[in-house]
Design a binder for this molecule. Structure first.
Ligand SMILES: NC(=O)c1ccc[n+]([C@@H]2O[C@H](COP(=O)([O-])OP(=O)(O)OC[C@H]3O[C@@H](n4cnc5c(N)ncnc54)[C@H](O)[C@@H]3O)[C@@H](O)[C@H]2O)c1
Length: 263
């Protein structure tokens, strides 16, 4: 592991799930630009390879990729042990997630279980396995990716909304159990962010209409809007913050978007 001194996360080991593309890749990139060493677990080998090339070309640290599915506990166990054998994990970012639209009455048991397995049970597996190491060391940071949908519902996404609401309570409970041993646990709730996932689900017309109706800042979020929130929650600027939910949604949850402008 390299220690590129004088950078904000020099020599720190950041373990991130779903870091091969989208918001996760940007989080990995921004940590790595600040000197961190990354371990990335993702199901998609091609995207993992692209991300590793990008990190190795542009950032100073040592980076590792692991193809794996966070729902497969035994495999995750092997990966966490392997990453820990390289260097203690300082920061865990639970980011991997899936989403698709299904009207409530049409959600099959398979669809329900698929979303809950990745978005909630997967977070539980990774968190428990990594936190067993962190508790022994009496230090660590965990940051969970929830969503605006975990606080405020969206029709057509009952499975997704339920999973993201579950992450909020998982976050608070972990924070309560770990606060006295020096482990902080927080969650981030992004609003509408343009990523490969949102582009797969929504047409450009839908996105334009959604922004016009609901987002006071009049634009969709970008991955670059979200990654810095994770860096803030991982460094000493947030040293007394735990069990919190940080919303980054362009103002969407502040209330109804104005029908007319005053300024
Ligand atoms: N895009 C948004 O508008 C938005 C808003 C709020 C929250 N989020 C959340 O942010 C996270 C990232 O979303 P994104 O938009 O970047 O999605 P994305 O699909 O672009 O990236 C998600 C990554 O997770 C990986 N992944 C999926 N299932 C996995 C599994 N079982 N094991 C390991 N890796 C897995 C994918 O291969 C992919 O690389 C998700 O948790 C999502 O719910 C996204």
């Amino acid at each position: 592991m390299k220690d590129s001194s004088n950078l904000r996360f020099s020599g720190r080991h950041v373990f991130i799930t779903g870091g091969a593309r989208g918001i996760g890749r940007e989080i990995a990139k921004q940590f790595a630009e600040e000197g961190a060493n990354l371990s990335i677990i993702d199901t998609n080998k091609a995207d993992l390879d692209t991300t590793l090339t990008l990190l190795n070309e542009k950032t100073p640290g040592s980076h590792f990729i692991y193809q794996g599915d966070i729902t497969q506990r035994e495999k995750v166990n092997v990966i966490v042990d392997a990453a820990e054998a390289i260097a203690p994990i300082d920061v865990l970012i639970n980011n991997a997630g899936i989403a698709f639209e299904t009207p409530f009455l049409e959600i099959s048991t398979e669809e329900w279980e698929k979303v809950l397995n990745v978005n909630l049970t997967g977070f539980f597996h990774v968190s428990q396995l990594v936190c067993r190491y962190m508790v022994k060391r009496k230090r660590g940071i965990v940051i969970n990716m929830s969503s605006k949908n975990g606080l405020d519902g969206e029709a057509g996404y009952a499975h997704y909304n339920a999973s993201k609401a579950g992450i909020i309570m998982l976050t608070k409970t972990m924070a309560l159990e770990f606060a006295h041993v020096g482990i902080r646990v927080n969650a981030v709730c992004p609003g509408y962010i343009e990523t490969p996932l949102s582009k797969e689900i929504d047409s450009p017309e839908f996105t334009r209409d959604f922004v016009n109706r609901y987002i006071p800042m009049n634009r969709p979020g970008a991955v670059e809007d979200i990654a810095p929130v994770f860096l803030f929650l991982a460094d000493s600027n947030s040293s007394f913050i735990t069990g919190q939910i940080i919303i980054a949604d362009g103002g969407q949850l502040s209330g109804q978007k104005p029908g007319k402008y005053f300024i």
